[in-house]
Each structure stands twice: as C-alpha cells, then as structure tokens.
Design a protein around this ligand. Structure first.
Ligand code: SF4
Ligand code: SF4
Length: 618
C-alpha cells in the first residue's frame, strides 16, 4: 500500500478517521513475524462495525497469541470507494494497511441481511474472487458468522465456510487448523473438508440442494461421506471462564456505541415468538457481579471512557441488576462515570433501577410492548400488560424523564386492524397518565415517540413458517397508523416497507438468491441497509433477470413437515418445540420463562449439553 497516496486521498473524503487505523489500543504487528493473518471484516461503515461486541472480543482474543495477527476492515463509504477504485487501491486492513487479499482468512460478521451486497463489494474491492468456486489456494478463506449465518443459504455461493454459534472457545482450534494447512501447503479443498468435520462449521460447497417443481427446497444433503448431515451451534458454557477483553480500541470519531461495554449475560428465554435472538442464543448464561466489576475497572482504566453500558438481550432480567448497577455507581459516579441500560423490559423495570441509572445522567428510555392489544401480546408471548407499561412509564416520569420511546411491530401473525388501533390507544393512555404526573410535579411536558417496525418472520423462530405481509399490506397498515397516532406529545416513526420486504426475502431465502444478490450488486446495490441508498427497483429488476419470483419467499409455502432451507443448521431448540409454540400463538396461549419457572422443554440444554446459569444472583 502506497501510504503517501493514501494520505493524499484522505483529506478529500468524509470522516478520514474511518480509514486511519492507529487508534488507542489498536494492535500492530510485524507481518513478517506472524504465521497467521486474520482480517475481521464488517460489511458496514467503521462507526457501525466498531460498535459490534463480537469483533472487539475476537480481535483481542486472536491478538493474544504472538504468532497471529487480527486486523479490522470495514466497508468504505461511497466517496472512499470511488477514490480507491480511481487509484487502484485494494481494500486494506486498517492496522497494517496491507491488502486483505494477503491475509489467510477474512471473517465477515453477518448482523443484517441488507449488508450482503457490501460483502460482495468488499471482496471485489479486495481483488478476491466473489464466488467461492473461483478461489484458488492462494486466496484467503472467506468465513462468516453472526445471527444471519443461522440461514447461510443466500450467501452459500460466496462464503467458503460459516461458523455457527459463539466463537470464543472454538476459534483457536479453527485457526490452528488453518495455520497448519497453510504451513503444510494443503489444498483448499482438503482444508475445507477438514473444517467441515469440526463442530459448528458449515461448508456450503460440500452440500447439495434439491428443489421441487414449485421451487421449494426438498433436500439439503452432504455431497461426500464424512461431512455431517447437520451443523450444531456452539455455545460457551460458563461466561465467567471465557475470554473477555480488558481493553477496547478507542475510536477517533464518534461511533454508534462509544463506551465501555460490559456483557452481563447471553441468551434470553422470555420466549417472544417473533424474536430470533431469543431462540438462537439459548440458554441464559450470566456473568457474576465479581467478574463484571473486575472487567469494568480494567476497561475504564484502559480506555478513559466515562460511560459503562450493561448489555445483554434483556438487561433488566439480569438476576443481580439492581446490586450491580448500585455497586458500579457507588464506585464510579464520583469520577463522572454514567451507566446505561440499553434494553429494559417493562415488567421488571423498577423505580429503584430508574433512580440508580439517573444518578449521573439520564439516557433515553425505551420500552418495547411490541403490540397494542393484550390479544396480540399473547400471540407473540410478550407477557406484559397495559398496567405494566403504564406503571413503568409513570415511574420514569416521577423520576424526571420527559421523553419515552415505545416500540411496536406491525404485520404480526393473526393481526387485525383493531390491533393497530390499539397501538395508538395504548400510547395515548400512557401519555395521559404521564401528563398527569408531570403536571402534579411541575416538570417538563412528556413526549412519547411510537416507533413501529415491520414484522419479518425469522428462521429458527416459531413464526418461521408464517407468510409475511405484502408490500401493499404493510403500506396500508402504516397509513392507518399515521391517521391514528397523532396529537400533542405524540409522534410516530416507521420503517421503510420496501426494505423490510427485502429483509424478509433474504432472511428465509435459499441458495438461488445468490444470483439475485450478485445481479443486484452488479447493478449498483450497496449499503442497502441505509434507506437513502436502498433502491428497490434494482432488486425487482434483479429478480426478473434471474427469473425468480420474490413473492414466493414472502408467502413461504412451507408446512410442518417440509424441509426448510436452513433446516440443516441446528440451534439446539427442537422443531417440535417451535411448531408447538406456533400453534400456541394462534390460540393466544402463553409460555413461561424457564429461567424463572420451569423447563418448557425446548431441548436446547440437553442438545448442547449446557445449563442455565444465573450467576448475578450469587
Ligand atoms: S425479551 Fe423477548 S424480544 Fe427481548 S430478547 Fe428476550 S425473547 Fe427477544
Ligand atoms: S431446555 Fe429447558 S431450561 Fe433449557 S433453555 Fe430450553 S426450556 Fe430453558
């Protein structure tokens, strides 16, 4: 890489700090002294990728070993990409500024289906063949992991292997195999075959897919003996014993989450039936308060941040949340360090917790009732009531909050228009109660933002068999909400319906979508997750050109006994359980949280040989 050329370009692009790579705590190694080079790639901008916890963990974990190096690479923004193409600068890793084509392994994090075209664009910018079948022994191995890898099929043409599950305890054995293969000159095919026999690894080129005349997947089978029929997700049994970084890279520019992140737990068994995270990250495993306090101290010392974010899928469900929050604040509030709790549930939110977190500063407050009527909340198993929400919002206003965001979804299974009207009615009731309190207390007027996203059925959830609303239906429902959610103190925000449609197609798609992805990328699709860059027409043209019916993927004509396109990826949760939950949804029956009540037999603990661990309470 010509560093002078790079330095001459950077002043001409927006946010040049995105491309510098010498931030505080970044790791720089001499490439001539390492035997394995890993590029951790995130198919979105620096600001989004730098907020991702998984990359932070893997970066420092891999760099612990002197003979390995891990560096970062993000999708360059349009202006930078144009300059790179103009001056023939290949995609490079930030720390060494070496082309990522020189690395042994490039690992993509898959957080969102609408970042898939960025993967193709990054490979192209790197000079790496896009299709896995075209790569040779000197090309890096392209691996992908993260929540979207639980349906790897739409990316099967482009990725050499997927890793399914939590990587901390498997990554070293995987990298040791790659290191050995490189040093002993194994052929690519030989290495991929070996990897395919390791736990959690899926090598799509070693599986064949058959379709029936209607386009439904009817078989996904290994092509060779020795390749497993299905791939089981890998989990960490004890979070207290697993690696967690004691430093984070401190970016030069503001990123989406620019603070110390303490991961207090993994998994959530509340059992909301639309929620993929709640099914694929089971069971619940917490870190102990002792470990978290030690980690907080090291991370604050090594970064200089003044905010700690306590993250998990449902922060307030952590069994020791009040004690942990109080003890952290007792220790650090004198130093001006604040705490944020990004995912509070309504029913476990308490006045005490609200008081604690606002001791230093108030962060935004968001509640997610998800549906406007009790009937609909029963369908999705969101076990909160109107009373819970009003009490939680009242407690927040009593403590001085004046701005509350309420999250809902439209297009849920069995939904009727009255459920949508229920969203507006619920928001108005919350506002009326909050207004009463603030008038009595003489505080600022309360603002309620109603944020409505579009329901997208996800693989491995009870709603994986459910058709998705059409574009016209989503737009009709959005118009209804715009009429209903209005008035002083109320505002409405919604998601781009066309973007949700495309997310729906790719989240439950099969291998044939690889052609559509490639065609759309060739026509200019990239940064599709950014609504200002998303171009629906390009995608429709791509479907036409590939002679595929996009509605097939929304209608999803699969039934209970059909082979699902992702059926060979096992999360530990049984299909029987998911189907039963789907049936219970239709009848509006609830399922309890196994962490607080009893095992509801999703089979995940048995299949993965792990158990629930509530260490926060100890
Ligand atoms: S509370 Fe529900 S929506 Fe939230 S993570 Fe758990 S299962 Fe998912
Ligand atoms: S197997 Fe039982 S205890 Fe374990 S996550 Fe599933 S329902 Fe919960």
């Amino acid at each position: 890489m010509d560093k002078e050329l790079l330095l001459s370009i950077l002043p001409e692009v927006e946010k040049p700090a995105r491309y510098l790579g010498n931030e505080w705590n970044s790791v720089h190694k001499d490439h001539s002294k390492v035997s394995l080079k890993v590029a951790l790639a995130f198919p979105d901008t620096y600001e989004v990728g730098m907020s991702h916890l998984g990359i932070k963990i893997l970066y420092h974990l891999i760099n612990q070993r002197d003979s390995w190096v891990a560096e970062r690479v993000f999708a360059p923004w349009m202006d930078m990409e144009a300059k790179m193409r103009e001056y023939n600068i290949p995609l490079y890793a930030m720390e060494s500024q070496r082309p990522i084509k020189e690395f042994d392994l490039v690992g993509f994090t898959l957080q969102y289906e609408m970042s898939y075209t960025n993967i193709l664009n990054m490979l192209d910018l790197a000079g790496i063949p896009l299709f896995q079948k075209d790569r040779n022994d000197s090309d890096p191995l392209i691996v992908a992991g993260g929540p979207c890898a639980y349906n790897p099929e739409p990316l099967a043409d482009f990725i050499d292997f997927f890793y399914i599950g939590e990587a901390e305890e498997m990554i070293e054995s995987i990298l040791e195999v790659v290191e050995k293969a490189r040093s002993q000159g194994w052929k690519r095919k030989e290495l991929l075959f070996h990897l395919a026999t390791m736990p959690g690894i899926y090598v799509p080129s070693l599986y064949g897919v058959k379709y029936d005349k209607n386009g439904k997947v009817v078989e996904v089978k290994p092509k060779e003996a020795g390749v497993p029929e299905y791939v089981q997700k890998q989990v960490v049994a004890d979070l207290d014993k697993t690696f967690y970084p004691d430093k984070f890279i401190v970016p030069f520019l503001e990123t989406v989450h620019d603070r110390v992140v303490l991961e207090i737990a993994r998994g959530c068994t509340r059992g909301c039936r639309f929620c993929q995270a709640g099914m694929i990250y089971r069971p619940v495993r917490e870190r102990s308060i002792k470990t978290l306090k030690e980690q907080a101290k090291k991370l604050l010392d090594n970064t200089g941040y003044d905010e700690i974010s306590l993250v998990s899928l449902s922060t307030s469900d952590y069994s020791g949340i009040e004690r942990l929050t109080k003890e952290l604040l007792d220790e650090y509030e004198g130093l001006g360090v604040g705490i944020s709790l990004p995912s509070l549930r309504i029913d476990s939110f308490s006045v005490g917790l609200a008081k604690e977190v606002q001791r230093v500063r108030k962060t935004g407050l968001t509640f997610a009732p998800e549906a406007g009527t009790q009937r609909m909340r029963n369908v999705i198993n969101k076990g909160v009531t109107e009373k819970d929400l009003i009490e939680a919002a009242s407690a927040a206003v009593e403590e001085g909050w004046s701005s509350i965001k309420l999250y809902f979804m439209l297009g849920l299974p069995t939904e009727k228009d009255e459920d949508l009207v229920g969203i507006a009615e619920l928001a108005k009731k919350v506002l009326a109660k909050c207004d009463q309190i603030r008038r009595r207390n003489g505080t600022r007027p309360v603002k309620i933002t109603v944020s409505v996203s579009n329901f997208v059925p996800k693989p491995h959830t009870p709603f994986q068999w459910e058709p998705m609303n059409s574009l016209e239906e989503i737009e009709r429902k959005q118009a209804l909400l715009k009429r209903e959610v209005r008035g002083r103190g109320l505002s409405l925000s919604w998601h781009d319906a066309k973007l949700s449609i495309m997310e729906g197609i790719f989240s439950r798609g099969d291998r044939r979508l690889g052609q559509v992805l490639y065609t759309a990328w060739k026509k200019g699709a990239k940064f599709d997750g950014w609504s200002e860059h998303f171009n629906y027409d390009i995608w429709m043209e791509a479907f036409d050109q590939c002679d595929l019916d996009f509605e097939f993927y929304l209608e999803f004509p699969y039934g209970r006994d059909d082979i699902l396109p992702w059926g060979h990826i096992h999360t530990g949760v049984s299909q029987e359980y998911l189907w039963d939950e789907y049936q219970k949804a239709i009848f509006g029956e609830n399922t309890v949280d196994c962490r607080f009540e009893y095992c509801t037999k999703c089979d995940c603990c048995m299949n993965l040989n792990v158990a629930i661990k509530l260490l926060g309470a100890e």
